[in-house]
Design a protein around this ligand. Structure first.
Ligand code: PGA
Length: 256
């Protein structure tokens, strides 16, 4: 039985005062919800204070990206050991904004995944097609290529989460239907079974991302291969994020 996980990707939002208010409400409402793991991924300047704020709760912290090198002359970047220092346990790699806005390549993402693994953290590896690719019937090919760029049998399956985030659904208010999302999740799991083996593919949590809201979260997460959500916009409002966490918890109760 896979425990659902709800992750909030704060992207480039929140100054310290706003972040303290948000994390305070999340800890109050979400720190004790059973049957679901909660991960928050604030921007880099907030990692230390947010780690302090979640200390003593079950809420986990993650970063939104990392540089693949240990250290060096990489102005503006932050490395995996630096992130680990803050108390983070997870790092998102390959988010579509990193791929499409910042031009990160499959080769680079493979190095980032390796760096995260080397330092004992967990990767949330994102994949997903653009609208043109979907309309051209290339969704599975794109997702398969993105997986094979960075995920291989040497990557510990117990420190890997995969997030399927169709680019056309991110920040657009358009969501994949539960059936569309389930089809791709099932495909991803079948590919993971080829990379690893059946039992390990069954143990890896697959998150859906792309305009997840309180109103659609439950139906998405009720699908057999959708084990949680990677939430952008809705995670910036405590009430909405808590409702999505609650939806995840209710799917885990009904599927036990
Ligand atoms: P969204 O973002 O929920 O605002 O669509 C999701 C993401 O980018 O992870």
């Amino acid at each position: 039985m896979r425990k659902p996980l709800v992750a909030g990707n704060w992207k480039m939002h929140k100054t310290l005062a706003d972040a303290r208010a948000l994390i305070g409400s999340i800890c109050e409402g979400g720190g004790s919800i059973e049957g679901v793991d909660v991960l928050v991924c604030p921007p880099a300047q907030l990692l230390f204070p947010m780690a302090k704020a979640v200390a003593g709760t079950s809420i986990m912290m993650g970063a939104q990206t990392a540089h693949e090198a240990l250290e060096g002359a990489f102005t503006g970047e932050i490395s995996v050991p630096m992130i680990k220092d803050t108390g983070c346990t997870h790092i998102i790699v390959g988010h579509s904004e990193r791929r499409h806005v910042f031009g990160e390549t499959g080769e680079q993402l493979a190095k980032k995944v390796s760096a995260v693994m080397e330092h004992g953290l967990t990767v949330v590896y994102c994949v997903g097609e653009t609208i043109e690719q979907r309309e051209a019937g290339q969704t599975n090919d794109v997702v398969q290529r993105q997986l094979s760029d960075a995920i291989h049998a040497g990557i510990p399956a117990d420190r890997l989460l995969v997030a399927y985030e169709p680019v056309w659904a991110i920040g657009t208010g358009e969501t994949a239907t539960p059936e569309q999302a389930q089809n791709v999740h099932q495909f991803i799991r079948s590919k993971l079974a080829e990379i690893y083996d059946q039992p390990r593919s069954e143990s890896i949590r697959l998150l859906y991302g792309g305009s997840v809201k309180p109103g659609n979260a439950r139906d998405l997460m009720a699908q057999p291969d959708i084990d949680g959500a990677l939430v952008g916009g809705a995670c910036l409002v405590a009430e909405d994020f808590l409702a999505i966490i609650g939806a995840a918890a209710s799917t885990s109760v009904t599927s036990v």
